[in-house]
Design a protein around this ligand. Sequence first.
Ligand code: C2O
Ligand code: CU
Length: 485
Amino acid sequence: VGGAAVLGSGGLGAYYFTAKQDTAGKIAFDRALAIPPLAEAGSGASGARVFQLGIEAGETRFKDGPATRTWGVNGAYLGPTIRVRRGDLVEFAVRNDLDRETSLHWHGMHLPAVMDGGPHQTVPVGGTWRPRWTVDQPAATLWYHPHVHGSTADHTYRGLTGLLIVDDEVTDALNLPSEYGIDDIPMIVQDRAFDGDNQFEQRVPLGGSLGVIGDEILVNGTIGPHFDVTTRLVRLRLLNGSNARLYNFGFSDGRRFSLVATDGGLLAEPWETDRLYLSPGERAEIVVAFEPGERVELRSYPSEHGGTLGRLEGFDDLLDICQFRAAGTLSDTAELPATLGAAPDLAGQAVAQERSFALASDQINGQAMAMDRIDFGVREGTVEVWEVTNDNGYLHNFHVHDVRFQVLSVDGGTPEPPLRGWKDTVMLVPGKRYRLAMRFSDHTDPNVPYMYHCHLLQHEDNGMMGQFVVLGEGEQIGVVPQKHH
Ligand code: C2O
Ligand code: CU
């Protein structure tokens, strides 16, 4: 079976890691990179932009041999890229044509909890769910995926994933590469394991602690893709859309590139690097410069000592991801500005409440997720600091719904540049203490919770998740409504 994990070296903190799966130099890159279509919006009552999203089962031909049974949104695999602008009133008609209930969660979106698409907003078989809200957050690369408690890993792995891009005037004014599919490229990076019939292999190997780790890397559903570069500068919107795999992105010739945005939007200024980690659910926008006529591969490198996050056992693969083929002449109109967006400003703010979260053994603070238990309430309009630790040595990360957060410190020190912008998901290096500051604003509801959890989807499904509500003044934590379908 491709991607089978084997037992790592024994002893304390032993890992179950994948057999080393180097693919660098072994891929032909003979398929053109698929670019997800942009979703079209109709206009609805009171000026809402309405998007129709149909969740369906289908078949996808990823490689030679039989087609793979997959799920997708408005298609057989993945979903369209949704673009919204700050200030838009948006509405979605999410129709579920599968044979079981599912949901779509808008990862990174600030919105009312009842519109969040989490485990309490599942769409019944044959049903249509109509969330609606006004987009009120800076430009960023967000995404959507299912969030049914206990089935998030399965539903996401089958293919329900798409990008959700927020635009605003700040980013428009920067002259960053911004022509979708031309010099502004969505890259949904996923690993998949295929069985002998080309079906997705989802069995987690015995003792596997991370979930499924696949040995084939797909970008936008294309295995071994190439992209034809026609401009000197290209912006890549990278999403780690894998259930469990960690990527350490870099280029085959060691070239440097500029990180311009992280989960929650633009950095204050570009950060130049040759390596970038993304754990599951994290996004990054990078700008890469190309020379006419050249070819270079985007890769994932083994985790490294001395890298921005240190070395993580179990992620030692050298993987080819996508080949960039530059044309003989490249147009050159976009530029990399010296300054970008507003830096996070929560350091030094009055802190209403501190909380701590220890992640270990599929639990947070010794408790597994329970659908009817609201773990705590936060007050609208206040800033909280959450201290998060990975207490058992396996790879975990931490995602909070509804808000963007600022990483105040890592083990008491200033965070590395990739953690200095707005984040909604942060990788937790075992043993380190992450202090996250976040401000809760509007959308109060004492009864409908938002989630916080590890974004390794098997961990989340197993219970490494909790629930909080945002309370208005004088409000008390309520009771989670029962689902009626
Ligand atoms: Cu991307 Cu709660 O999830
Ligand atoms: Cu985890």
